[in-house]
Design a protein. Structure first.
Length: 314
């Protein structure tokens, strides 16, 4: 098992290096930080602009391989470069990471647990009223883009605030619990809708399996047999999806953070793209790739814990 995890970790690290390198090269090619100086009045002399961009390793007139070599050299030393304002990217990255993780971890865990529970319940009560209601609600949420869902929740929260005459819900920062509620609910709803559909399908596949019928024949109650055998088996494929869904979750969180004024990685990415801040965009890609890497390793461990065949074969 340890050898398997080590082998997967090494392979994942290689993929992260390739992904982050490609992301940096794409950002350095597509973004144009020089445009930030064009609207200034008076416009700085060209040599001053070149000197400033070269200092930040953002000069588009410097060959791309040279800029990439400078960035990689700094990365190996733990230096992610400086943003367009001249501030260290690593410092801003560290601050933004904990802001985003506070939102993502709570939303992901709650969404995953509730989605699995509702999906399993829906499968067990197939074609009954509860199953139809869960299915209808899931498809409604899935049909609504996450940024539209965020705006709808924001509008509903505003009506609640107006009706009560208080600021029960807020979306202008991350100073307290009231700021965390709406973006978390948005993520949870989106995750529950997805996970419940997958879990329902997985659960239906095992409800009539031989090992479930055998457990019932040995005297186990239906609920016990479903929990110990059917649900445990049905959750195994979900562990992989649960981990790698983080990539899509990060994409949705970009819009959620911007809409609710949550000053995390998503908001930072949008602002950095807007001003052509290549080093900050590359830092976000590094964070995203690392998060998916850790999630993938945790998924492998969870799958091995749930399925003894994995531990034996690997």
């Amino acid at each position: 098992m340890a050898r398997f995890v080590l082998r997967r970790a090494v392979g994942s690290v290689v993929l992260v290096v390739v992904a982050v390198s490609l992301a940096y090269l794409l950002a350095a090619t597509a973004l144009h930080p020089r445009a930030n100086f064009e609207g200034r009045s008076p416009r700085p002399p060209e040599r001053v602009i070149d000197a400033r961009l070269t200092e930040l390793n953002l000069n588009d007139r410097t060959p791309l391989p040279d800029r990439y070599a400078v960035w990689v050299t700094g990365l190996l030393r733990g230096d992610l470069g400086r943003d367009f304002d001249g501030d260290p990217v690593a410092g801003e990255l560290g601050r933004r990471i904990w802001v985003s993780l506070r939102l993502l971890l709570i939303g992901t865990v709650l969404g995953g647990v509730l989605g699995v529970a509702l999906g399993a319940c829906s499968a067990v009560r197939q074609y009954r009223l509860s199953d139809r209601l869960i299915t209808l609600a899931s498809f409604v949420v899935l049909a609504v883009p996450v940024f539209v869902l965020a705006v709808l929740l924001q509008m509903g929260a505003q009506k609640v605030n107006d009706a009560t005459g208080t600021r029960i819900f807020q979306w202008a920062g991350q100073d307290g619990l009231s700021h965390l509620v709406l973006p978390t609910v948005t993520i949870v709803l989106a995750q529950v809708a997805v996970y419940s559909r997958y879990q329902r399908s997985m659960m239906l596949d095992v409800l009539s399996a031989d090992f479930v019928r055998t457990a019932r024949a040995k005297g186990l109650r239906r609920g016990t047999a479903l929990r110990r055998h059917a649900l445990r088996t049905a959750v195994i494929p979900m562990t992989t999806y649960f981990a790698y869904n983080l990539g899509l979750l990060l994409l949705g969180a970009v819009f959620i953070e911007k809409i609710f004024g949550w000053h995390g990685m998503g908001e930072w990415l949008i602002d950095s793209i807007g001003r052509g801040d290549v080093n900050a965009v590359a830092a976000f890609d590094l964070f995203a790739a690392g998060l998916v890497l850790v999630a993938g390793l945790l998924a492998d461990l969870a799958q091995a814990a749930l399925d003894p065949r994995v531990r034996v074969s690997r």
